[in-house]
Structures are given as C-alpha cells and as structure tokens.
Design a protein around this ligand. Structure first.
Ligand code: PLP
Length: 387
C-alpha cells in the first residue's frame, strides 16, 4: 500500500483526506456507543443526540434550519432522490430540465429516466463552461417537473449562477434542485432564503468520511422519499442511520466553517501558483473553464499532443494523483461529457488533466507538482515525435 506521505495528492475533487478531528469524533460511535438512535433508552437516545448535533453543524455550514437536513449515503443518492421526488409529485409533469455538464449522479440518472419514458432537456454551456441561461429557460415546458442544475462543476470548477436559475424557477413556479456537492465547504452557501427547493452535499468532498451526505429540503417544499421503511430522518429517508459517518460529517462541516475564509485564500494561492507555473513552463497548455468564476481549488488543464490516460500513468509512477475528468470516468477512453459539452477541440479533450487542491496540500506539493507535470508532458510529447 502507498502511504499518504509518499504521494502528492492533487485530486481533492475526487475525494479528500478525512480531517483527524472528524475521525476522532467518529471512533467512539464504532466502538462504545453502538446503540440504535431510534431506541427509547438512554443508550440509544445519546446516539440520537450526536446525530442532532451533526445536523445542526451541517445546517450551520449551509445556513438553513437543522430540520431541513436529511442525511443520506452521499451526493449520488441525494441527487437521485430529489429528481425522483419531483417526478412522483405529478404524473402530468414528467419533464426534467438539467444541464449538459452535470455529474453522472444527475446526468446518467436523467439518461436512465429518459429511457424509462421521461422527457429530459440538457441546457448547454459555452466554451468556458458557463451555463446558457436562455437555453435553459427556453427548454421549460408546462409539464416540467424540476430544474436540476449544479452549483459548481466537479471537472472545471466553473460556478453556475444558481441565484439566476432560482429566479427563473420561482417565476415559472418550478422546483429547483441544485447539486451542491463541490460547492459546499468551498464557497459561502446560504440556503435559508429559499434559494433552492433542495441541495445535495457529500461529506467526503469536505474532509468527512465517504458514504454519507445530505439532502437539504426546504421546509415548505413537498418531498416524496425514495427509501420507504422506518421513520428515520423524519420519515424522509428510511433506514438505520450511518451514525459514525454522520458524526464525522458534522465535525467536518464545523471544521469547514471554522476554516472558511482562510482556507479558500490559502488553497487558491496554492492552485494559482501551480497553474500559472505550469502554463508558463509548458507550451500549448490551456485552462478549461471560466478562470474568473471557478472554485478556488480546481485547475482543469489541457495539453495538446498528449493522451490524458498515458499522462495519468506516468504521473502515477511519480506518485502524483490527479484525474482526467471526473473520477468515475477515469480509466475509460471516452472523453468527459463535460469538456465535450464545452465543444473543445478534440486535442484538448484528449489531453485534459484535472488538479484539485485542499487545505491539506502544502507548498511542497506544489513544488513537486510543478517539477513533475512539465517533465511528464515533455516526455509524452517526445515519445509522440519519435514514433
Ligand atoms: C458534483 C458532484 N455531484 C455528485 C457527486 C457524487 O457524490 P458521492 O460520491 O457522495 O455519491 C460528486 C462526486 O464526485 C460530484 O462531484
């Protein structure tokens, strides 16, 4: 096994290191405090209190009421559940408007629903990954059930104008769901003003554990649960809670709040030094996505004349972890649907790499990154010219 101190981890949009403070709070719930939170005796109700505290902490991070937070197994479940709920509300409304660059947790779910007979429209983006709001609005129909649009893109980091989407949804009296998985913990979020009807989150993107997340559901929005069974989560998500993970998520949310301003400044500085140096040192390298309206931690770069899977292999040999598009797509030769939707030239599609930073990255990581990446790109280009 590769030890963490052997690697240069620049893939924080795929997942993040668990904050030691979150792990510390989780452990007793895997050992001593194993009671079922639904049990009436104190050994159970003390566990319920820990879940309640986690709910308060997550709600504080995204500025909503604790009662509006439903814990789930992560971003995928939350996105699926929000869209499914909208479709169940009215059989006459079986049309979804989403975007061409959603994470597969929405994108593939919508493709699946389309095969089941649902109508789906994918709003387009421009060459910098900015959402075409006019196109999104033009796709709305009387039978539209929901608009589902992400807050920030996992591949390019491009931030969508969620306030403007919300305004369109309000005007047309439509539900608006946003996939906040990459935004929460990286951007200031305020859901209290009824911005969206629902918003997805995932703990492992913000230094919490994997397999736990949340769906914010506005208290005035009707919701049809996807999982039916017990009355957990106020009857909005049946199943015994993943207690330790929820506790870890709560602590990670609290830490994200404590670190917020400082973290985004520091992480942005690391990202910018890395990106600017690579762009200066490597000819024919390009940033994918709107550089101004981007997450502070994400750098999607394309290098002409290389194949990203070959680059990933050489980078892996140097113990540098990054990705070629979203984690789910790595390993497949198909270029990402996100970069394709941006209509990038074939060469830029094939040679794209995503680097994403977090507060656990150091200046030394950047130093190593800017030494290794240009070297790998040069090597791949020289191999191409000698073949
Ligand atoms: C934007 C976005 N949405 C949803 C997900 C899925 O989240 P999870 O891994 O918690 O299911 C991810 C994970 O990469 C993501 O980046």
């Amino acid at each position: 096994m590769l030890a963490p101190d052997q690697i240069i981890y620049l893939d924080n949009n795929a997942t993040t290191q668990v904050d030691p403070a979150a792990l510390e709070e989780m452990l007793p719930f895997l050992t001593s405090y194993y009671g079922n939170p639904s049990s009436g005796y104190r050994f159970g109700s003390q566990v319920r209190k820990a879940i309640d505290l986690a709910r308060e902490r997550v709600a504080a991070l995204v500025r909503c009421e604790p009662s509006e937070i439903v814990f789930t197994s992560g971003g995928t479940e939350s996105n699926n559940a929000a869209v499914n709920s909208a479709l169940q509300r009215d059989p006459e409304r079986q049309h979804i408007v989403t975007t061409a660059v959603e994470h597969s947790a929405t994108y593939r779910h919508c493709q699946y629903l389309a095969k089941q007979g649902c109508a789906v429209s994918f709003a387009s983006v421009d060459g910098e990954g900015n959402l075409d709001l006019d196109h999104l609005e033009a796709e709305l129909r009387p039978e539209t059930a929901i608009i589902s649009g992400m807050w920030a893109n996992n591949e390019t980091g491009v931030i969508f104008p969620v306030e403007k989407i919300a305004e369109i949804a309000r005007r047309r009296r439509l539900l608006f769901h946003t996939d906040g998985v990459q935004a929460v913990g990286k951007l200031p979020i305020r859901l209290a003003d009824g911005l969206a009807n629902s918003c997805s989150m995932s703990a492992h993107k913000l230094h919490g554990p994997k397999g736990v997340g949340a769906l914010y559901i506005n208290r005035r929005s009707a919701y049809r649960p996807s999982l039916i069974g017990g009355n957990q989560e106020n009857a909005r998500r049946a199943g015994t809670e993943n207690v330790a993970a929820i506790v870890g998520f709560g602590k990670a949310a609290e830490r994200a709040m404590e670190m917020a301003g400082q973290e985004s400044t520091n992480v942005r500085a690391l990202r910018d030094r890395f990106e600017n140096t690579i762009l200066a040192q490597v000819p024919s390298s390009f940033v994918n996505g709107n550089r101004a309206a981007r997450l502070p931690n994400t750098s999607s770069l394309s290098f002409s004349g290389i194949e990203s899977d070959a680059a990933l292999m050489l980078l892996d040999r140097r113990n540098l972890c990054c990705s070629a598009g979203s984690a789910c797509l790595s390993g497949s030769l198909e270029p990402s649907h996100v970069l394709r939707a941006m209509d990038l030239a074939e060469e830029r599609l094939r040679g794209s790499l995503r680097f994403s930073f977090s507060r656990f990255n150091t200046e030394a990581d950047v130093d190593q990154g800017i030494e290794i990446v240009p070297h790998v790109i040069a090597k791949l280009r020289s191999m191409q010219t000698t073949v």
